[in-house]
Design a protein around this ligand. Structure first.
Ligand code: FUB
Length: 640
């Protein structure tokens, strides 16, 4: 069974089920996560205790997207396990000679306490076959296996004193005496995880410090795999959320060391339902481990196009909080609350690379007029986008809370290059945010290359020089009568309006405004002026556009007609002479208006147009039809 990948990086990393005691291993350059699987206790089982019936395995190659490979071992199918014991506790998995060995503790059918069994597979995700009997001579929980450089395997386990022993070369039995691990501190210990780094052996384990009452993660070092051990200290302090257990694994992946551990994020009031988290871990130069502070953010880089759960922030100003969206269905996750103007939360490592013209969508709940800004780097960083919440609920006073989650969008003003921290700053009002996401605008057009183009298969001209929208407030399209349009279109808005061929990037003055010409190649047969206005941060309604293009004809072509569709009205000139006027309240329909017969000169012809709109969308499509009504295509189109 394979379930969809989780495109999320925050803590906890498994977000649709509980996942405790996370042992992570790297196999074939991919991280495999073998946690135990807490579930709500079925009727008849102790409700306030661990309840685990099976194991899933998950994998990832970026620590942000996890694939659930489904159940690999279940209590009903292990010959020696009591099928109603719900005691499939902390496991481990190692690879030797291409074979995968999954070690797990559970309650045996005969006897008391816990035994440890093995299941084997040819692939890290199984299918696994369980050995018929548990490993002889072992009573206990939390197996951890270390395979030394010489191939010798050792198993460590808890349940009483921490113990360790050699394994036989087939990893299925103990080989030699069981040793108590000497040198560890007093106090409750379990969950050993042993590994080797830079020639040192590390034995790491959950440990209850005197007078503290819940588990830390601690470690000891040795020159020998079975000790004696030299206790070094704490890897992670007691859980800030009061989770009694912690349980972990440590591994390097692509040059960075990571600590996998668990907290009770999705079960704040019952700490036997736990969830896997990951944070970075660092070794100091003497081989000791720097204490790790648990984070909400976790590890990995999020693409800006993913839903960013900013409630799992990296840093925040005072008073900012992350609270569960639903205290019953906790797997719905959290919301971020920025309590007032000036509050902020930042989320590390968001990747904007590969994005082009884009906009931001935020799922928020706030009062009308609450505004916020997204910045790059931190609360004083460059503005990426600014948004305002407009609540339009019928019958409700606009200053009341909408009480509803809503999507707010804003154009991206500054697109960060590559990976940056994203900072959400509240500019006024209490702001609740569930997620943020960046989206690329559909590619309606792209900057035109300087090489000439030809009309498309239907003869539509897609290459145009277009001037940014001129403000021309028209409250309705009804005013677009012939006389109104003739007057408006023949008015001079800027110098050279009817005579010069502008250059890409050239600026013109229109009243007090400075507007720029853009050489565009439309992605479709029609040029979406509305999007162009939006993406050049110009008004989209009540505007006038000027467009011009050069048609190069290899010969003189008589009796051609200019066929135009526009939204709304438009006027067109060929080589300086009026060719066509489309008046009235129009939708863009191809060949909506047809000019009288015209002559296309041999060589360069200038086709100029102006489109006006009121409160609606705006676009146009233009082609030339020959005397048989066929598209004229043996021409080249250019903007210079
Ligand atoms: O998950 C059940 C038990 O809780 C584990 O075996 C211990 O290490 C503790 O995490």
């Amino acid at each position: 069974m394979l379930s969809a990948a989780w495109a999320t990086a925050q803590n906890p990393v498994i977000r649709d089920q509980f996942s405790a005691d996370p042992t992570a291993r790297v196999f074939n350059d991919r991280v495999y996560l073998y946690p135990s699987h807490d579930i709500p206790a079925p009727e008849g089982q102790r409700q306030d205790w661990f309840c685990m019936a099976d194991y899933h395995v998950f994998s990832s190659d970026n620590l942000t997207e996890w694939t659930d490979h489904g159940v690999i071992v279940t209590q009903n199918e292990v010959p020696w396990v009591r099928p109603d014991s719900y005691s499939m506790w902390a496991p481990d998995c190692v690879c030797k000679d291409g074979k995968y060995y999954f070690f797990f503790p559970s309650a045996p059918k005969s006897g008391r306490g816990f035994a440890i069994g093995v299941a084997t597979a040819d692939k890290p995700e199984g299918p696994f076959t369980c050995a018929p009997e548990p490993i002889k001579g072992v009573m206990g929980i939390d197996p951890s296996v270390l395979i030394d450089d010489d191939g010798q395997a050792y198993m460590y386990w808890a349940g009483g004193p921490m113990r360790g022993a050699k394994l036989t070369s087939d990893l299925m039995s103990l080989d030699g005496e069981v040793k108590n691990m000497e040198g560890l501190p007093d106090g409750f210990k379990e969950g050993p995880f042993a590994f080797k780094h830079d020639g040192h052996y590390y034995l790491t384990f959950p440990w209850v410090r005197k007078d503290k009452g819940t588990e830390t993660l601690a470690y000891a070092m040795s020159d020998s795999p079975l000790g004696p051990w030299d206790f070094k200290g704490i890897i992670m302090a007691e859980s800030p959320t009061g989770c009694w257990t912690n349980h972990h694994s440590i591994l390097p992946y692509r040059g960075q060391w990571y600590l996998f551990y668990h907290h009770n994020d999705y079960s704040p009031s019952m700490d036997k339902r736990r969830s896997t988290r990951i944070d970075r871990l660092t070794f100091l130069s003497d081989g000791t481990i720097k204490e790790v502070t648990p984070t909400l953010r976790g590890v990995g880089i999020n693409k800006a196009t993913e839903r960013l759960q900013i409630d799992r922030y990296s840093k925040a100003s005072e008073g900012v909080s992350s609270v569960l969206l639903d205290t019953v269905d906790t797997f719905r996750g959290w919301e971020l609350i920025l309590p007032h103007k000036g509050s902020w939360a930042s989320y590390a490592d968001v990747d904007f690379s590969g994005m082009s013209r884009s906009y931001m969508v935020a799922n928020v709940m706030a009062q009308d007029n609450t505004s916020f800004t997204l910045r790059a780097g931190g609360p004083k960083g460059k503005v990426i986008a600014q948004a305002k919440v407009i609540v339009k609920t019928e019958g409700q006073h606009p200053r009341d809370y909408s009480g509803k989650w809503m999507n707010v969008t804003a154009e991206v003003q500054h697109l960060p290059a590559g990976v940056t921290d994203l900072c959400l700053c509240c500019d006024g009002g209490e702001l609740h945010v569930d997620w943020l996401q960046f989206k690329n605008h559909d590619k309606y057009y792209s900057p035109a290359p300087t090489t000439a183009s030809t009309p498309d298969a239907q003869g539509f001209i897609r290459r145009w020089m277009v001037l940014e929208a001129i403000d021309k407030p028209n409250p309705t399209n009804i005013v677009f009568t012939d006389s109104y349009l003739r007057e408006e279109f023949n008015r001079e808005y800027f110098k050279g309006q009817f005579t010069t061929m502008p250059k890409d990037g050239q600026k013109v003055k229109v009243g007090k405004q400075t507007l720029t010409w853009h050489a565009l190649e439309s992605a479709k047969y029609n040029l979406k002026l509305f999007r162009f206005a939006e993406q050049t941060n110009r008004p989209v309604y009540g505007v006038l556009f000027w467009a011009v293009t050069i048609i190069d004809s290899p010969e003189q072509i008589d009796n051609v007609r200019l066929a135009v569709g526009s939204n709304s009205a438009s006027m067109w000139w060929l080589n300086g002479a009026e060719a066509l006027l489309l008046s009235g309240d129009r939708r863009m329909v191809e060949d909506d208006g047809m000019s009288p017969r015209l002559t296309l000169k041999k060589g360069r012809n200038i086709l100029r147009g102006a489109v006006i709109n009121g409160p609606g969308m705006s676009d146009f499509c233009v082609r030339l039809l020959d005397e048989k009504g066929q598209p004229v295509r043996n021409i080249t189109i250019n903007h210079q």
